[in-house]
Write a new protein. Sequence first.
Length: 95
Amino acid sequence: MSARTQITIDPELQRRAHARAAELGISFAEYVRRLLASDLGEPRPRADIAAIFDLGASREPTDVARDKHKMLDEAAWEEHARETRAKPRRGVMEY
């Protein structure tokens, strides 16, 4: 989507800018657009909000305040199981 802009330029500067655009074989408007793009550079990409809020997403909803002991127990056991190559236990203790 484009936006229309009106600016005031010194007549001599405008004459020189029109002449330079003609040398390049482009319109004055295109010349100004290119100058702006060159000066401002490429727009920075916007971060995907999922990169922040989708961390640690699980299949089921969780209630950390209520289940924190159970969740810590499961995480500790899984880490222990990985380190010892033991099979994950069934029926984690409930608090």
